[in-house]
Design a protein around this ligand. Structure first.
Ligand SMILES: [Fe+2]
Ligand SMILES: [Fe+2]
Length: 247
């Protein structure tokens, strides 16, 4: 019992450091993003939305979920999740993030023999899709981080998140719909095809159906106000949702 508690305390050392690094990066990136569109934020003024930290926390949770299903190394996965975008504002943020993660974790009680696996997963997590037919990333921890990162681009919540960022400022609702729909149409189908793991792929397919369903519901309401968007994209809309009529 004592050993277990000592072990938990030891673990909280690296975890707290990794989370703090993720929070610091997210706050800095958020300030840059929002200042670009809103002007100066006052000292200590909260961000309108801390997108990056939400993303990093979701990626970590999803990666741990996949990691448990696939019996991967959960320490490697969690550290990689918290730190994967820790150099997001730098070019080649995967490589830069891997180098940063090595340095950050080396100064903690994180098992030194596992640091390289964390760095390698971070180095390889970038890109929204992979070459068609490319074999799954290896080792499994790199595959899982990639899948978890991409799962956050899929689904109803990803639409709500993208509508909460400055990217859509100045766009009317039809333009916002097109912005989301074009991304779903041109990118996200390939993302689903690129998943490395079977449970990742299943979640990706379910989330992609949610993306398309939400776009469809949104388009229907726009149509009721005289704006017809649906014809611009030929989605296969999966209306097999509870509570939705076929109309
Ligand atoms: Fe990233
Ligand atoms: Fe990410």
């Amino acid at each position: 019992m004592k050993d277990k508690m000592a072990n938990d305390n030891a673990q909280s050392g690296w975890r707290a450091v990794a989370i703090a690094a993720a929070q610091e990066q997210a706050a800095e990136e958020g300030r840059h993003t929002w200042q670009r569109c809103m002007g100066q934020l006052g000292e200590g003024e909260p961000l309108p939305f801390d997108y990056r930290f939400e993303h990093v926390a979701q990626v970590t949770a999803l990666a741990l979920r996949l990691g448990r299903l696939l019996e991967a190394d959960l320490e490697v996965i969690e550290a990689a999740g918290w730190l994967h975008d820790v150099r997001k504002e730098q070019p080649s943020h995967g490589t830069a993030g891997a180098a940063a993660a090595r340095a950050i974790l080396a100064a903690t009680d994180f098992p030194s023999a596992k640091i390289e696996a964390v760095a390698e997963a971070i180095r390889r997590h970038v890109g929204l899709y992979r070459e068609p037919g490319a074999p799954p990333l290896e080792p499994i921890e790199a595959a899982i981080l990639w899948d978890a990162d991409k799962l956050t681009k899929l689904g109803a919540q990803s639409i709500l998140i993208s509508l909460s960022t400055p990217h859509v400022f100045g766009k009317d609702m039809a333009e916002r719909w097109r912005y989301v729909a074009e991304f779903a149409d041109q990118v996200l189908g390939r993302t689903v095809e690129s998943m490395n793991t079977i449970p990742g792929r299943k979640m990706a397919e379910r989330r992609y159906r949610s993306t398309l369903a939400l776009l469809s519901l949104w388009a229907r309401e726009m149509r009721e106000t005289g704006v017809d968007l649906q014809g611009e994209h030929t989605f296969e809309i999966p209306f097999d949702y509870d509570g939705l009529s076929q109309e």
